[in-house]
Design a protein around this ligand. Structure first.
Ligand code: PHE
Length: 356
């Protein structure tokens, strides 16, 4: 065990981490179970190439904690958990499928302690492979006759939250003419960009995959930004929609946005960055509220809600939860992250009181 591995696990406040080395592909598999108070741990499966396995572990630990907050914030009876498949290189075809099936058998061994789903780097097709061998994956297909992509639902929730943030800043939620920077146009950023373009927002986008990003920019008449231009581009709303940690001690002084509302998990380098944003007068819509739409949609499907209109209206309703949090934070002159966290604590405490 490396010193860093030891340190990460020791300093984490979660329940346990299941660790497995997948010999055929050289992938490190981490399943982080953060807090089971509300129910079985559920959270997506991230598939990514990290500089070191420890970076993958750190991601799993932080993402699982985020899921605890997310489920509590939207009042769903799931606990926080997340899986990371830290691959040595991009895996395709049979190699990738083999890894996913072995991951599925590991889920079977955990027998319901953790349920997985799509996350960054994984696709609905990947989850369909896991589903071949394991019931512990939320794909939504029982209700929709095919596996469902959570991305558009997440985008719908982000869009609703952007309007709420604008309303608070401007007294109007009209997106027309507003400048929005979208950092990452993958599963969520793409449908989000489409809705915003329809609204008449002025879009500036970027993506690590230049071909994909530029094609979308051209299609929507959006501006294209180089990755290093994102932080300093003046805009009404900055939407981090890919990797986490982009809002941090270094980037905050350079930001020229009025609000941050995006789908990425763990957008802040650390919680204290929320206070730094508050001091700079930038409205931060907490990531785990803004991006809860995909998780919520899958949770609803799992509960048997099959009416898409109902699912969509519940997801849009995330905006109302955000509005309440922003109002509370404004009243106390604090970052909305504090108000969101108090809500999470209230929900967890109520559940614990119920079970004694
Ligand atoms: N990956 C989603 C998120 O981070 C969560 C999710 C859970 C997606 C279950 C699908 C199924 O919010």
């Amino acid at each position: 065990m490396t010193e860093r591995f030891r340190q990460l696990v020791m300093e984490w406040d979660g329940l346990a981490v299941v660790t497995r080395y997948d010999h055929p592909t050289g992938t490190w598999v981490f399943i982080a179970l953060h807090d089971p108070t509300l129910g079985m741990a559920v959270g997506g499966c991230r598939m990514k190439v990290y500089p070191t396995p420890e970076d993958g572990l750190l991601d799993a630990l932080r993402l699982a904690r985020g899921m605890t907050h997310k489920w509590a914030a939207i009042d769903f009876d799931y606990g926080g958990g997340k899986a990371v498949l830290a691959m040595p290189r991009r895996l395709e075809g049979e190699e990738r499928a083999g890894l996913l099936r072995r991951f599925g058998r590991l889920l079977n061994a955990l027998n319901g302690a953790y349920g997985t789903g799509v996350d960054l780097g994984a696709t609905p097709d990947d989850m369909a492979v896991v589903k071949e061998v394991s019931p512990w994956v939320l794909t939504g297909d029982e209700w929709h006759g095919g596996h469902v992509d959570p991305g558009p639902y997440t985008a719908l929730g982000v869009h609703s939250c952007m309007r709420v943030a604008l309303e608070r800043l401007e007294g109007s939620d009209a997106m027309r003419g507003r400048t929005v920077v979208i950092q990452g146009v993958g599963g969520v950023g793409t449908p989000l960009a489409r809705v915003l373009a329809e609204d008449g927002a002025r879009l500036q986008i970027t993506d690590i995959d230049h071909a994909r990003g530029r094609a979308l920019a051209q299609e929507l008449g959006a501006g294209w930004l180089a990755e290093n231009e994102v932080v300093e581009t003046p805009c009404d709303i900055l939407a981090p929609c890919a990797i986490g940690g982009t809002i941090n001690r270094t980037t905050i002084p350079l930001l020229r946005c009025r609000a941050i509302a995006g789908s990425a998990n763990n957008q802040l380098g650390e919680d204290a960055d929320a206070d730094r944003l508050h001091e700079r007068g930038i409205l931060y819509a907490p990531d785990y509220i803004v991006n809860a739409g995909g998780a919520m949609a899958f949770g609803l499907m799992q509960r048997g809600v099959s009416d898409d209109g109902e699912i969509r209206s519940r997801v849009v309703g995330i905006g109302d939860s955000l509005a309440a949090i922003l109002a509370e934070a404004a009243q106390r002159d604090e970052s909305p992250l504090h108000a969101a966290f108090r809500k999470v604590e209230r929900v967890l405490a109520a559940k614990m009181a119920e079970s004694v």
